[in-house]
Design a protein around this ligand. Sequence first.
Ligand code: ADP
Ligand code: ADP
Length: 227
Amino acid sequence: MIIQVKDLKKNYGNLQVLKGITTQVEEREVVCVIGPSGSGKSTFLRCLNQLEEMTSGQIIMNGHDLSDPKVDINKVREDVGMVFQRFNLFPHKTVLENVMLAPIKVRKTAQEEARKHGLALLKKVGLEDKADVYPDRLSGGQMQRVAIARALAMNPKVMLFDEPTSALDPELVGEVLAVMKNLATEGMTMIVVTHEMGFAREVGDRVIFMDQGVIMEEGKPEEVFEN
Ligand code: ADP
Ligand code: ADP
């Protein structure tokens, strides 16, 4: 089991956004999180990679208890790749530089090695030929594929996706979902917050349906979508 969540609660002031989430994710599993806007899906992901501090409960990530003060959160976070709705690429760096940045800065990876790995990742997302261009020359779908390559550059054990296709023009959604589907096929452990029910049905091993800060339903896609 790579992620274990027990009675996770998150409040913003008096607002209870997560009201006790308990679930777990197995290695190589693809979990799709669905539910209405404002139900806490994004907050759940942000708690998992510690962009938000939980109010109470327990998260065990890859064997590390995140509430244990002895655990180095930054170290744990390196194993968790995250892709957001907005791509957040660095505009003054080329596509390849965007992908190389974290390994060089955080892991002190040698330039040449980071470059080789970066190019291999761009190939994986179908953008090898865009290595030297700047993000403003890319379509939204291409930017999101670069964002995925950038997250993969740290060799994460888990990838979290927060509505990765919601900001895209409809004709660009497919190319991003295709890259995600390939990752899933390769055995990447993934949690995907999405409104793409086709993707959840086809690629998801499990679907979590959230509403108002609780898990209302959880199961295989065919079970959850039957209701
Ligand atoms: P979803 O991803 O399902 O749309 P969110 O996790 O983004 O839901 O938000 C759940 C609720 O928490 C919403 O009511 C939202 O306004 C609120 N919320 C999210 N982030 C914050 C924040 N930083 N401060 C206060 N309230 C927040
Ligand atoms: P999304 O639905 O894609 O999560 P939102 O527009 O709900 O986007 O939130 C965008 C950002 O604003 C998030 O970082 C979220 O934490 C923050 N946010 C959302 N609701 C509130 C709120 N009521 N008060 C403060 N921050 C909020």
